[in-house]
Design a protein around this ligand. Structure first.
Ligand code: PLP
Length: 384
């Protein structure tokens, strides 16, 4: 690491006016306190309340889907999304090897088996062309179902993920899904505010999931949502995330084994206030990209990842791609030592202990990118 890198860390600290710049902090400068105080003053802090309904309606409007169902985190949203999409135990689900562990865990919760496929260097998301080549190599369609010839299992669904807020090629994947009878379920946890060809991510699927964890573009403390254009699926998702209680004035009647995954009203209140700030956050995220474009330019062996063709990205986490001249851990150590918090991309799923034995395609791009990607501070701030 040289003086140019040192100059870079100085610029980032000056930009944020901080001696140590965290990776991503929540920003509460809207009506958060007002809405949360309202919950406390009225006593409506818990499992039901007006903010839950309002948050769901605001989210549906923002993302352009018919319905949103709020839940307690993004992992729960993915779990239920897969369940209502019809994924069953002992079926396989395609997903990128390069994702956060929640994608694989959600499939495992229903007893399904993750089947890892490769990503594209251009989007950092699932590569539809490589997926199709893999399907042709290992799959066969029988009775309108895709079967993995090697395991004998049905491959029911595919979960693309929009890495760091950059949309993968959704229309290409939609065609593959139609051709091979796969249900599309987007893991849109990172892509609230990201559009593919002008349409919000998460709205391309039968059902999809978002996260409002503390490090995401907006936060409810912890939270998530299921998105769908299917009213019936939405009602069912609401039902099984709220203990499957049959409405009655006093009886405790529950008509199936279900989950208590609801988002408390106090968290939804935070969400309503945060969602109001989305246009501002997006604008700030995008001007941060412009700042990094300039400050990263003098650094050798590294490129700032920019939004792929057809994606209007939320730039949730700013991303550097290192070339072979740079050792990832040396860069991480240098940046963290010099006040610029940075983190590597997740360990690919097929390298994690619980998922080592899962079926997988050729993962050469994932393998190549594994040690090449780091994230740098991305909190949206007011410029100047
Ligand atoms: C954050 C995230 C999730 C899970 O969200 P939680 O709210 O933390 O449970 C799922 N998938 C991806 C890709 C994520 O980044």
């Amino acid at each position: 690491m040289n003086t140019q890198w040192l100059a870079f860390t100085e610029q980032v600290k000056a930009h944020y006016q901080k001696d140590f710049v965290p990776l991503h902090e929540p920003t509460f400068n809207g009506k958060e306190l007002e809405y949360v105080t309202d919950c406390i003053q009225t006593g409506w802090v818990s499992s039901v309340g007006a903010y839950v309904t309002r948050f769901e309606e605001d989210l549906a409007r923002f993302t352009g889907v018919k319905r949103a169902v709020a839940v307690m985190n993004g992992t729960a949203a993915l779990h239920i999304a897969l369940k209502v999409a019809g994924v069953q135990a002992n079926e396989e689900v395609f997903m990128p090897a390069l994702t956060f562990v929640a994608t694989a865990n959600a499939a495992s919760y229903i007893g399904a088996v993750p089947h890892f496929v490769d990503v594209s260097e251009k989007t950092l998301g699932l590569d539809p062309q490589k997926l199709e080549a893999h399907i042709l190599a290992i799959g066969e369609v029988k009775n309108d179902q895709l079967i993995n010839k090697e395991t004998g299992r049905v491959i029911r669904a595919v979960i693309p993920m929009h890495t760091f807020g950059h949309a993968m090629k959704l229309d290409e994947l939609q065609l593959i899904c139609e051709k091979y009878h796969l249900v599309l379920v987007e893991d849109a946890a990172e892509s609230l505010g990201t559009y593919y060809k002008g349409k919000h991510t998460g709205s391309f699927s039968k059902v999809s999931a978002i996260s409002f964890n503390g490090n995401k573009i907006i936060t409810t403390g912890g939270g998530g949502a299921i998105l769908t254009n299917d009213e019936e699926l939405a009602n069912y998702a609401k039902h099984i995330t709220t203990t499957a209680k049959v409405p009655h004035r006093w009886e405790y009647e529950h008509d199936e084994v279900a989950f208590n995954y609801r988002l408390p009203n106090i968290n939804a209140a935070l969400g309503c206030a945060q969602l109001e700030k989305m246009p501002e956050f997006i604008e700030q995220k995008r001007s941060l990209t412009a700042f990094y474009e300039e400050s990263v330019a003098p650094l050798e062996g590294v490129t700032l990842f920019k939004e792929p063709v057809n994606s209007t990205s939320n730039y949730w986490l700013q991303t550097l791609i290192l070339n072979d001249s740079l050792e990832r851990d040396a860069v991480l150590e240098f940046l963290n030592d010099n006040g610029v918090m940075s983190r590597p991309i997740w360990t690919p799923m097929h390298k994690l202990k619980p998922y080592r034995e899962c079926p997988r395609a050729d993962l050469s791009t994932t393998e190549r990118l594994d040690k090449k990607i780091i994230n740098i501070p991305s909190t949206p701030i007011k410029e100047g």
